[in-house]
Design a protein around this ligand. Structure first.
Ligand code: GRG
Length: 299
């Protein structure tokens, strides 16, 4: 999936391995009358995926000298929230998808009720992991992480964005509307992932703001790339059905701007994201690479 071994690809692969080991340790093993729920949680969370948000957590944490175990716990928590959102997004009452990360979606493999419960349990597991003493010795840091993750995932973040997305199907939506929708639906969790390192490392406000600005532009570039993959990508490589946005009559960056302008916009945002990192030294090079990766990724 990742291609030739560049420093960025190697670091992303290392994060994938480490976060998957962490998820494996925290996810319950199928046992007892609720075994199917545990099986579904493991099926969803250990199915691959780029682990891009965990990578952002780990790299932002490295900028502030945070220990690896703390960063990986937050990374695993973010991935639990992201996985829950995908499981629920795929349900028949939402996007009604059969394929995710190259395998059957959770409700198709198990059933709808199990998929709803597995998503719920992944979301709550995330907060259990973050609140644990091993995440940070200071309760105020753990509370800030909980509060910021809740804000990113909830009604004023990802869930709110999903609601706007559902409500705007078939409706006309302009560039401002689609930008806000995507900032909430995809951008908020990406922004939390980038800021989590600064929270863990108690970084100064100017560096936190710089990471926020970086995440803002990169999140939008990530979403435009996703819209382009839906138009141009092959399902076998993307790991999910493509061409869905146009079929559903959904407004996207590509439907509003067209393919060429959307690609230019993604490039511009990726460059702008990199400029926001100017106050960091070469320790931020992998985050600079990440901003390039989001617009060139194959899935
Ligand atoms: C159901 C509460 C709720 C929210 C759903 C994030 C989301 C909101 C839905 C996902 C739908 C989607 C395809 C959004 C586009 C951007 C996105 C989040 C893509 C998937 O993320 P990747 O590419 O996936 O990081 P992997 O599989 O690599 O983890």
């Amino acid at each position: 999936m990742i291609g030739t071994p560049t420093p960025f690809n190697t670091a992303l692969t290392d994060t994938q391995t480490a976060v998957e080991a962490m998820l494996d340790a925290y996810l319950p093993h199928p046992d007892g009358p609720e075994a199917v729920l545990f099986q579904a949680m493991r099926y969803a969370a250990l199915a691959g995926g780029k682990r891009f948000r965990p990578f952002l957590v780990c790299e932002s944490a490295r900028l502030f000298g945070v220990n690896t175990r703390s960063a990986l716990r937050v990374a695993a928590a973010v991935e639990c929230v992201h996985t829950y959102s995908l499981v629920h997004d795929d349900l028949p009452c939402m996007d009604n998808d059969d394929l995710r990360r190259g395998q059957l979606t959770v409700h198709r493999k198990f059933d709808e009720a199990t998929a709803v419960l597995a998503g719920d349990a992944l979301l709550t597991l995330a907060f259990d992991i973050i609140a644990g003493l091993e995440t940070h010795e200071l309760a105020e840091v753990r509370i800030e992480l909980v509060r910021c993750l809740a804000a990113a995932a909830g009604a004023h973040g990802m869930v709110g964005g999903q609601m706007i997305d559902l409500a705007s199907e078939g409706a006309s939506i302009d560039m401002g509307g689609i930008t806000r929708l995507q900032q909430l639906k995809t951008g908020a969790l990406i922004a939390f992932s980038c800021e989590a390192g600064a929270i863990l490392g108690r970084g100064p406000q100017d560096r936190r703001h710089a990471l926020h600005a970086y995440a803002h532009d990169m999140g939008l570039a990530f979403q435009i790339a996703d819209d382009l993959l839906d138009v141009e990508g092959e399902a076998a490589i993307v790991g999910k059905a493509t061409g869905k946005d146009a079929k559903a009559g959904k407004a996207t960056f590509v439907s509003i701007l067209g393919v060429d302008r959307a690609r230019d916009q993604a490039r511009m945002l990726s460059n702008q994201a990199i400029q926001h990192l100017d106050l960091f030294d070469e320790k931020a090079d992998l985050l600079r690479e990440a901003a390039r990766f989001v617009i060139t990724r194959p899935n």
